[in-house]
Ligand binder design. Sequence first.
Ligand SMILES: Nc1ncnc2c1ncn2[C@@H]1O[C@H](COP(=O)(O)OP(=O)(O)OP(=O)(O)O)[C@@H](O)[C@H]1O
Ligand SMILES: [Mg+2]
Length: 251
Amino acid sequence: MSLLHVDDVVVQFGGVTAVNHANFEVEAGTITGLIGPNGAGKTTTFNVVTGLQTPTSGRVLLDGKDISRMPVHRRARAGIGRTFQRLEAFGSLTVEDNVRTALDIHDGVKGFLRVVDGSADLEIAALLERVGIAEHAKERADSIPTGTARLLELARALACDPRLLLLDEPSSGLDESETVAFGELLQELAAEGRTILMVEHDMDLVMNVCQDIHVLDFGSIIARGTPAEIRVDPVVQKAYLGYADDEEGVA
Ligand SMILES: Nc1ncnc2c1ncn2[C@@H]1O[C@H](COP(=O)(O)OP(=O)(O)OP(=O)(O)O)[C@@H](O)[C@H]1O
Ligand SMILES: [Mg+2]
């Protein structure tokens, strides 16, 4: 059984159908890509999965269980974490306090003991180190560069120990070498057993790290396959490029 099943989801905003009977599954332990042109409905789909957007119809299943009516915080408790395309860090807090906030909420009552024995501080430092932004720990989140803030959002999401991590355009704002390091981090997270669903426009990153790719266009899944299959799929090329006979493929 797949870890995540987006089951025939429709989202309408007035006359706009942002998601149109989208149907796809994400297998546990994989890095899966959700790609598609601007406005295809990728972020709206993420919002449906995380509970920020109520679908017009359709269901979201986690481990086979229908979570469609579960509120956002309970989905987080159930193991769904995310980052945001439009950054949602707490701007007036420092980088480390952004992560601390998530860790405190995740730890609940036991968090008090972790503050007293210092293990919370150690874990925050380790998370910042892991995503590569330790030197920014004491800076306010609204003063750091976009790429760093994306990594901060990743650290904050990891503080809640998610089994399903949804990343919305995580590499935008990272330079080439940072993107390579980021790809390696994603592979490490997947090797630990985390499942990653990633919306991303950097096709090199998608093709390098994803085992499975779903392609969304006008709110519907138009293709699914391995990077090698998606690269040469004429339907995908048409959606991206407007014609089907480009030999270079989507990358
Ligand atoms: N809250 C909203 N109200 C009205 N329309 C919306 C809303 N959110 C998204 N839309 C519309 O729904 C469609 C899908 O938007 P969405 O942000 O999900 O696309 P996307 O695939 O994430 O695009 P991008 O690659 O540009 O981030 C677009 O036409 C967008 O304008
Ligand atoms: Mg988007």
